[in-house]
Design a protein around this ligand. Structure first.
Ligand SMILES: Nc1nc2c(ncn2[C@@H]2O[C@H](COP(=O)(O)OP(=O)(O)OP(=O)(O)O)[C@@H](O)[C@H]2O)c(=O)[nH]1
Ligand SMILES: [Mg+2]
Length: 429
């Protein structure tokens, strides 16, 4: 089976916990704090690899979890960072965050890589909290959880030309005679179930890549036959070559076939429909083809038609040259706009306030925000010191002031994630 779409969850490694510890030295009665920081959690990285052709390996990994950072320890020892996990994906893999529907990356070069889930920061050890005021802090932090997201990975093959046509029009036969690719060829429909790529070699080391795609039939855009999912591969091509069985020996009319193909492609994507295209009139070795071609040219006088016979090896040089010319005249069309990438969109939100306050009822407030929630998860509430530190942070972010201006009163409940705190106007810390 050809797997070109996979949904999976990735979770970056958790950061190691910080350590609370005090120096124990001979003859030194009260050593200072020496608890080290936790190590950073490992990232999950996707890396494009030319050797892979499908996303099948990812299919069996519904969840990829990063390596945890090691906890800090005494004598100021920082924990080791969790090792990054590198997942190889085929060149041409597009990754989308299912929650935001924004693109995380589009890996189009061999070796290109992208962190898809960040490991969490290591928690601070108690030595990091030493100040002039507090020379012996006991508090230390938990490691931060790793980034967690659900990703939709899609493979879009990289080719210069996409062969689009009805089943048995001769797409595989054509690619087999213009490139070294040897796909299965047979006289039944849907012989090709997975796309094949072929490199067409021209003189002077010039070459380009042609994709032989599974057949398209009427209704493909709404799922009939193999559906239209293979057209996604044509999205990246510069040129679409519509392959028609000009003989009509299967009882179909090449004029109708062409109209149906145009309709299905347009229904799939306007971008695809607006690409440079050419018509290949195949099976010209069969007698009925000439008459049909006449009719076709009358119906579409301005469409350029290349006549071929894959079986009799006719018109192949002409086809190769024409495709090369079309590719070089085609302007590079981007598969994705910059605005579809999260790196572009999320940037806009970077300067926003890091928290949000909503009122649940008369006496209850909910404070949310990524950074704040992270800080909460990293706080060990087992000491007054840690709790105080957290409270100070809320204050310095302006949360206390905003609660007050919104009308919070002494004794009100302030919820952050699953934790509840009591609001107090008088506390001064
Ligand atoms: N006479 C003649 N037969 C051809 C020509 N090209 C292909 N055929 C025959 O048409 C049949 C289908 O060819 P394929 O190349 O498998 O067609 P396809 O378009 O790849 O078909 P699917 O993979 O099913 O979509 C085979 O029996 C081929 O031998 C041609 O130029 N002339
Ligand atoms: Mg085929």
């Amino acid at each position: 089976m050809f797997i070109d779409e996979v949904i999976l969850k990735v979770v970056g490694g958790k950061g190691g916990d910080g350590c609370s510890s005090f120096r124990h030295e001979k003859f030194v009665e009260m050593g200072g704090p020496d608890g080290g920081n936790g190590g950073k959690g490992g990232n999950i990285i996707f890396k494009a690899d030319e050797g892979l052709k499908t996303l099948i390996d990812l299919r069996y990994q519904k969840l990829i979890k990063g390596n945890k950072g090691t906890n800090g320890s005494g004598a100021l020892k920082t924990g080791a960072s969790g090792e990054d996990i590198i997942i190889k994906v085929p060149v041409g893999t597009t990754v989308k965050d299912t929650e935001t529907n924004l693109l995380v990356c589009d890996l189009i070069k061999d070796g290109e890589e992208k962190i898809v889930a960040l490991g969490g920061k290591g928690g601070k050890g108690n030595a990091a909290f030493k100040t002039n005021k507090n020379k012996a802090p006991t508090t230390s932090e938990y490691g931060a959880p790793g980034e967690e997201r659900t990703l939709k990975c899609e493979l879009k093959l990289l080719a210069d030309v996409g062969l689009v046509g009805f089943p048995s029009a001769g797409k595989s036969s054509l690619i087999s005679v213009i490139s070294a690719s040897k796909p299965k060829i047979a006289d039944y429909h849907f012989t090709t179930l997975t796309p094949n790529l072929g490199v067409v070699k021209m003189e002077q080391n010039d070459s380009y890549v042609v994709a032989d795609l599974p057949g398209i039939i009427e209704g493909a855009s709404s799922g009939v036959g193999l559906g239209d999912k293979f057209l996604r591969h044509a999205l990246r091509t510069k040129v679409i070559a519509y392959v028609l069985d000009m003989s009509g020996i299967e009882g179909r009319d090449p004029i109708d076939d062409y109209k149906v193909l145009l309709k299905e492609v347009a229904a799939y994507s306007e971008k695809l429909a607006s690409k440079k295209s050419i018509v290949i009139a195949n099976k010209m070795d069969i007698e009925s083809s000439n008459e049909n071609l006449e009719k076709f040219k009358k119906e579409f006088p301005s469409i350029e038609v290349i006549e071929t016979s894959a079986v009799a090896h006719q018109g192949l040089n002409n086809l190769k040259n024409k495709l090369r010319d079309l590719i070089s005249s085609a302007t590079e069309t981007k598969t994705h706009e910059d605005t579809e990438f999260e790196s572009f969109v999320l940037y806009e939100f970077k300067n926003e306030k890091p928290y949000k306050i909503t009122r649940e009822n008369e006496n209850t407030w909910i404070v949310s925000g990524e950074k704040l929630e992270l800080l909460l998860k990293m706080t060990r509430f087992n000491s007054d010191e840690a709790a105080l530190r957290f409270a100070r942070k809320l204050k310095s972010l302006g949360i206390d002031d905003e609660l007050k201006s919104l009308g919070a009163k002494d004794g009100d409940i302030v919820k952050i994630l699953d934790n509840e705190f009591e609001y107090s106007e008088r506390l001064n810390y």
